[in-house]
Design a protein around this ligand. Structure first.
Ligand SMILES: [Zn+2]
Length: 164
C-alpha cells in the first residue's frame, strides 16, 4: 500500500488592489456582471468574465429556473458562450465574483463540482490552462493557476477510451 498526497499552490491577495491591472479589471467586470444573473430563488448572483487567448472578453452569469435543476452556473454559461462565439479558442483566465443577497460577499467562492468538471474538460480539449481569479465584492482574492487543480482524480474523456 502506498499513500499519495495531492496538493496545489495558489495565490492569496488581501484585496483587489494587489492584483495586476488586468486581473483587477477582470474581477471588477465579474462583479458588474453579477447584476445580469437571474437568481430569484437562491438570491446568489454570480458573474464570470473571461479573457480568451485571442484577447476577446466573454461574460456569463447564473441563470436559474423554477424547475431548479434546469439552472445553470455562471461558469458553464460562460464556457458555452465562449465555445460558441469563438470555437477552438482557449480561455486564458476567468474572474468569478458573486453577490449574495442573503449574506456577505466578502470572501472568494470557488466553482461548484459540476463546473469544475466542465472547466477541466475545457482545459483538456483546448490544451490550455485556465487561470481562475476568485473574489467577492470585497475582501481577499484567490488566484489559481489552472482549473484542473481543483478537481483531483478527475473523471476525464480518456476513461471512455473512445476509438480504442
Ligand atoms: Zn457551478
Amino acid at each position: 500500500m502506498n499513500k499519495e498526497t495531492y496538493q496545489f499552490t495558489y495565490e492569496v491577495y488581501n484585496s483587489i488592489e494587489d492584483l495586476t491591472e488586468e486581473e483587477a479589471w477582470l474581477l471588477k467586470e465579474a462583479r458588474e456582471v453579477t447584476q445580469h444573473a437571474y437568481a430569484p430563488y437562491s438570491h446568489f448572483q454570480v458573474g464570470a468574465v473571461a479573457k480568451m487567448a485571442n484577447g476577446e472578453i466573454v461574460a456569463g452569469s447564473n441563470q436559474e429556473n423554477a424547475s431548479f435543476p434546469v439552472g445553470l452556473c455562471a461558469e458553464r454559461v460562460l464556457l458555452a458562450s465562449a465555445a460558441s462565439i469563438f470555437p477552438k479558442v482557449p480561455v486564458s483566465v476567468i474572474a468569478i465574483s458573486y453577490n449574495n443577497e442573503n449574506g456577505k460577499s466578502d470572501h472568494p467562492v470557488a466553482p461548484c463540482g459540476i463546473c469544475r468538471q466542465s472547466l477541466q474538460e475545457f482545459e483538456e480539449r483546448l490544451r490550455h490552462p485556465i487561470k481562475l481569479i476568485l473574489g467577492g465584492m470585497t475582501g481577499k482574492v484567490f488566484v489559481i493557476p489552472n482549473a484542473t487543480s481543483l478537481l483531483p482524480l478527475a473523471f476525464t474523456s480518456g476513461e471512455l477510451a473512445i476509438g480504442s
